[in-house]
Design a binder for this molecule. Sequence first.
Ligand SMILES: O=P(O)(O)O[C@H]1O[C@H](CO)[C@@H](O)[C@H]1O
Ligand SMILES: O=c1cc[nH]c(=O)[nH]1
Length: 233
Amino acid sequence: MGTPHLEAKKGDIAESVLLPGDPLRAKHIAETFLEDAVCYNQVRGMLGYTGLYKGKRVSIQGTGMGIPSISIYVNELIAEYGVRKLMRIGTCGSIQENVNMRDVVLAMSASTDSSINKIRFGGLDYAPTADFELLHTAWSVAKKKNISVKAGPVLTSDTFYGDDPDWWRLWADFGIMTVEMETAGLYTLAAKYKVQALALLTVSDSILTGEVSTTEERQKTFNDMIEIALESA
Ligand SMILES: O=P(O)(O)O[C@H]1O[C@H](CO)[C@@H](O)[C@H]1O
Ligand SMILES: O=c1cc[nH]c(=O)[nH]1
């Protein structure tokens, strides 16, 4: 039973899964927000939990960082465990003046500097896009809860530490709001398998101002994003 990266049995994982990059964020969310949470995965320390949120079954699975890592978990969750709704809950860096620390951004689309889709589509471009129904639901949940959210295009980058300090300016000129490292991979696989996906991102640092969050804040204090994702699930 299980897969190379998940030791869960069939049925251990809910149809709706929240996907933080950091496995300790998965643990914190399961312990803080879910009832009767059970840990179903410890392989490679990539913790996964299933529990109840307001009576509905939901799972939280760490993905690790970058498209290659999230792609392993997303492939296995969908193909082997029947997951149908995937919501990335991640952190990102702002590259726009009107996108501030702690803002929540719903990623409508994910441009990328990764070559993964160039390889897949023989050199042609593919536009990884959020599921509209999930996006609409998350937007409505946020409005109902009076949580301020922004929706727009993000960049999924293969690098956290680039060589050119001005690398982000061209993307910013073309409207990209924030930068992170997984969403393009998630949206592409969701399209391939015909399931729903959305990335909700909290701004953890600003590439414009140099502001940063602490490690503890990254693990624990992004409750607005988590509540929107759990309610949408
Ligand atoms: O907070 P997570 O979900 O890991 O997301 C962001 O943080 C990591 C980089 O520090 C990358 O995975 C990036 O996408
Ligand atoms: O990938 C990421 C995540 C947070 N902040 C960044 O600048 N990049």
